[in-house]
Design a binder for this molecule. Structure first.
Ligand SMILES: C[S@@+](CC[C@H](N)C(=O)[O-])C[C@H]1O[C@@H](n2cnc3c(N)ncnc32)[C@H](O)[C@@H]1O
Length: 377
């Protein structure tokens, strides 16, 4: 068994734990921004392939107690780096520090890097190169007070990078966050799902993959663990095959719209790559023109909120119109608004049943839930 630490967007730790508990048997423990657990190589492959909420899966190499920068160097130097990182490859070091004794992050990162290079050079007379942008090995060191934990990132690129985007929409949601938000709603994956300000369509694409059990990284080839000495290709292929066999298409209705044609083009390009064109309907429209043909379902939307696009006064009117539109035309539905502007939420004018605190990157955000049942306003 190996020790793992899987990170996620802040606020989604419980959702991540529930997700991972559904397919590994070992117990999991929540830590800031992620979960710890023990697992096998197969668990590592499975999680990298199918977690929807997880962001980086780190495998723990060792831990130690440190009191100063020299201890950090010595603890790092003691490890058998020459058996992990070969001299033809590249590596990068990332540190996360929460300590009163170690505060110079750059210096700390440099000492770690020196420890790794010196050890490999001593054993092999050669040294690997540093590549901060696209390394073969990602070493992640977490220091909390006097405790240091050293991990190897098995994912490499963060797991929100699914591989279905052809172009980036400037206000697109992180896919792991969008998936986690859907898991926080009361959507049963059978009733219609709407997002009438869908941008690049993240909620709807993630929603379709969730409803049909499509592994979120079905299109992605790259994972850091593929370069590891212990990479077991047949085990990896077995995991992919097992997970792909669980895909199960249904006739759930998924509707997306946005008033900008460029956004709808990005969304359509993504669903083409995933062969989901039959299942998601995207169209160019102002949200006020979207009237559902069903009498129940769910709306999950992420309106503009000013930090990235738009301006306050216009947005106050937009949020008011959004509330009016939900109230008038989506009775019987569950309404969810995700926003990073808490002031603007007040302009929706509907009674919230629940407001969930989440982080969108550095932005303090809320997922507000409005049950739009008749007579509840
Ligand atoms: C924050 S972005 C949504 C991003 C989206 N969740 C994604 O992941 O790509 C807000 C979107 O609302 C759209 N929008 C703003 N006003 C609109 C309106 N009146 N009708 C339809 N869409 C609108 C914008 O074009 C923008 O794409």
């Amino acid at each position: 068994m190996y020790k793992f630490y899987l990170t996620c967007p802040r606020g989604l730790e419980d959702v991540l734990q529930k997700e991972i508990n559904s397919y590994i048997t070992q117990s999991t423990h929540i830590d800031h921004g992620g979960i710890h657990f023990k697992g096998t190589l197969e668990d590592m492959y499975r999680i990298n392939y199918k977690t929807r909420v997880g962001m980086n899966l780190h495998m723990e190499l060792f831990d130690g107690t440190i009191s100063n920068y020299n201890d950090i160097y010595k603890t790092i130097y003691r490890f058998k780096w020459d058996e992990i990182i070969n001299t033809n490859s590249t590596f990068a070091v990332r540190t996360k520090i929460n300590s009163t004794i170690i505060q110079k992050q750059n210096f700390c990162t440099m000492r770690i890097k020196d420890g790794i290079v010196d050890k490999i050079r001593k054993k092999t007379n050669k040294r690997p190169s540093i590549d901060k942008r696209n390394p073969d090995f990602y070493v992640f060191v977490y220091i909390k007070n006097k405790k240091m934990k050293v991990f190897l990132n098995s994912s490499g690129w963060p797991l929100f990078m699914r591989g279905y985007r052809t172009k980036i929409h400037k206000a697109a949601l992180n896919e792991s966050l969008a998936s986690g938000i859907l898991m926080l709603t009361d959507w049963n994956k059978k009733e219609p799902l709407y997002d009438f300000m869908c941008g690049s369509g993240t909620f709807l694409i993630e929603g379709a993959m969730l409803a049909f059990n499509i592994p979120p990284r079905i299109l992605r080839e790259y994972y850091a663990f593929k370069k590891w000495e212990n990479f077991d290709e047949s085990l990896w292929n077995k995991v992919i095959k097992e997970e792909n066999n669980k895909i199960n298409y249904s006739d759930v209705k998924i509707y997306g719209s946005d008033f900008l044609s460029n956004n709808i083009k990005i969304a359509n390009d993504s669903i083409k790559k995933l062969n989901l064109n039959k299942y998601i309907n995207f169209k160019i429209s102002d949200f006020k023109k979207i009237i559902p043909c069903e009498n129940k379902g769910i709306v999950v939307t992420n309106p503009p909120y000013g930090y990235r696009i738009g301006d306050t006064e216009r947005l106050q009117i937009l949020y008011k119109n959004l509330g009016d539109h939900l109230k008038t035309n989506f009775q019987g539905f569950s309404g969810y608004i995700f926003t990073g502007n808490l002031e603007l939420l007040k302009h929706v004018g509907l009674r919230t049943k629940k407001k969930i605190i989440l982080k969108n990157g550095m932005i303090d955000s809320r997922l507000a839930y409005y049950p739009l049942k008749s007579g509840k306003f």
